[in-house]
Design a protein around this ligand. Structure first.
Ligand code: IPM
Ligand code: MG
Length: 359
C-alpha cells in the first residue's frame, strides 16, 4: 500500500526548496520502489492570496488524511500588515494545533565537512549532535487570554498567557526521554522556574516523568543560562526539552552552531507518530525566487519523514548518505560556501543529491 504525502510548499523560498525535496522523493519512487503518492496544497500567504485564509479547508483535510506532511515555509513582507488572525504564520500554527503535533524534534548536527562554516571555533562545534525537543501546541503561543486591550486610562496594553497543563508537560517529557533512550541517555529540561510558576510546574512534572526512565539522567537549566551554554560549550548537551517559545529561540541558536540554518530539518509529531516535516528556517523573502536557497534542510526533512512516520529507514539512510556525498564532493549553496568549494544553486544542489542517490 502506498503512503500519501501532503506537499505544502508555502511561501518565499518554500516553493524552491520543496521542489528539490520532491525531486528526491520522485527519484526514490522511480529508482528504488518507494511507494508514496504526493498531493499538493496551499498554506500561508499564498493560500491567503488565493482564498482569504492561510489555512484553507481543503489543505487541512488533505493534511489530516495524509500519512505525513512536507512543508516548506510560510510568511513574507507583503503579508506583514495583515490582521494577526489571517497572517501566514497562522496557517502553520493552525496545522500544528489541528493535527496535535505537540512534539517538535529539531536535531542540530554538525556535518564535519561544514566545520568551517560555523561562526564558532571548529573545536567548540566539531562532533556536535544535539536534539532539541520543543513543545509545539501549547504555552504562550496558544494560551488564552491574549490580545490587545484598552485600559481605563485610554492606553493600550498587549497581553499573552503562558499556560501548561500537567498532561501537556508530561507527554513532551516522555517524547524527550524516549528519544534520550536511543541516544546518550541525558535530558536537560530548560525552564525559567526561578521566575515563572508555570515552568516551576514544568520542572516538577519532568522530575516525575524521569522516575519512569531510571537509566536517563535528567538535569535542569534556566533558559538564559541554556542560551549561554549553547554557544559556550554546546557539546555538553544530548537531548534538550523545553517549552514552545524557549524552543523556538534556542533552536535558531543551535542551528547556527552547525554553520547554517539552511541545513536543519525538523519533525513535528502527534501521539501516534504521524508528522509534519519542515526545515527549521523560514521563508527568507529576501532571497526568494533567486534559486540560491539551500534545499538540504528540506531534503533532510524528507529523510526524517521516512524514518519517523513512514517506517522506511533504508530510504532515509540513502538520503543521508547522498547529502553527505554532495558535501564531500565540495558542493555548497551560498549560505554554507567557503573558499575552495564549488558554489551551486538551489536546483543544482537538488540535482546533485538525486545524482548521488543514483550513484
Ligand atoms: C518556527 C517558526 C515559527 C514558530 C513561526 C513561523 C510561526 O519560527 O517554526 O520556528 O515561531 O514556531
Ligand atoms: Mg522559529
Amino acid at each position: 500500500m502506498s503512503n500519501k504525502i501532503a506537499v505544502l510548499p508555502g511561501d518565499g523560498i518554500g516553493q524552491e526548496i520543496v521542489a528539490e525535496a520532491v525531486k528526491v522523493l520522485e527519484c526514490l519512487k522511480s529508482d528504488f520502489g518507494l511507494a508514496v503518492e504526493m498531493e499538493g496544497g496551499l498554506v500561508g500567504g499564498s493560500a491567503y492570496d488565493a482564498s482569504g485564509t492561510p489555512l484553507p479547508e481543503d489543505t487541512l483535510k488533505l493534511s489530516k488524511e495524509a500519512d505525513a506532511i512536507l512543508l516548506g515555509a510560510v510568511g513574507g513582507y507583503q503579508w506583514e500588515s495583515l490582521d494577526i488572525a489571517v497572517r501566514p504564520e497562522k496557517g502553520l500554527l493552525g496545522l500544528r494545533a489541528e493535527l496535535e503535533l505537540f512534539s517538535n524534534l529539531r536535531p542540530a548536527i554538525l556535518y564535519p565537512q561544514l566545520a568551517d562554516a560555523s561562526t564558532l571555533k571548529a573545536e567548540v562545534v566539531s562532533g556536535l549532535d544535539l536534539m532539541i525537543v520543543r513543545e509545539l501546541t501549547g504555552g504562550i503561543y496558544f494560551g488564552q487570554p491574549r490580545g490587545v486591550r484598552t485600559l481605563e486610562s485610554g492606553e493600550r496594553q498587549g497581553y499573552n498567557t503562558l499556560v501548561y497543563a500537567e498532561h501537556e508537560i508530561e507527554r513532551i517529557g516522555r517524547s524527550a526521554f524516549d528519544i534520550a533512550m536511543k541516544r546518550d541517555k541525558r535530558v536537560t529540561s530548560v525552564d525559567k522556574a526561578n521566575v515563572l510558576e508555570c515552568t516551576e510546574l514544568w520542572r516538577e512534572v519532568m522530575e516525575r516523568v524521569a522516575k519512569d526512565y531510571p537509566e536517563v539522567k535528567l538535569s535542569h537549566m534556566y533558559v538564559d543560562n541554556a542560551a549561554m551554554q549553547l554557544v559556550r560549550a554546546p557539546k555538553q548537551f544530548d537531548v534538550m526539552v523545553t517549552t514552545n517559545m524557549f524552543g523556538d529561540i534556542l533552536s535558531d541558536c543551535a542551528a547556527m552552531l552547525t554553520g547554517s540554518i539552511g541545513m536543519l530539518p525538523s519533525a513535528s509529531l502527534d501521539a501516534n507518530g504521524k508528522g509534519m516535516y519542515e526545515p527549521i528556517h523560514g521563508s527568507a523573502p529576501d532571497i526568494a525566487g533567486q534559486n540560491v536557497a539551500n534545499p538540504l534542510a528540506t531534503i533532510l526533512s524528507v529523510s526524517m519523514m521516512l524514518r519517523y512516520s513512514l517506517d522506511q529507514v533504508e530510504m532515509a539512510d540513502k538520503i543521508d548518505q547522498a547529502v553527505n556525498q554532495v558535501l564531500d564532493n565540495g558542493l555548497r549553496t551560498t549560505d554554507i560556501h567557503s573558499e575552495g568549494m564549488q558554489a551551486v544553486s538551489c536546483s543544482a544542489m537538488g540535482d546533485a543529491v538525486v545524482a548521488a542517490l543514483r550513484g
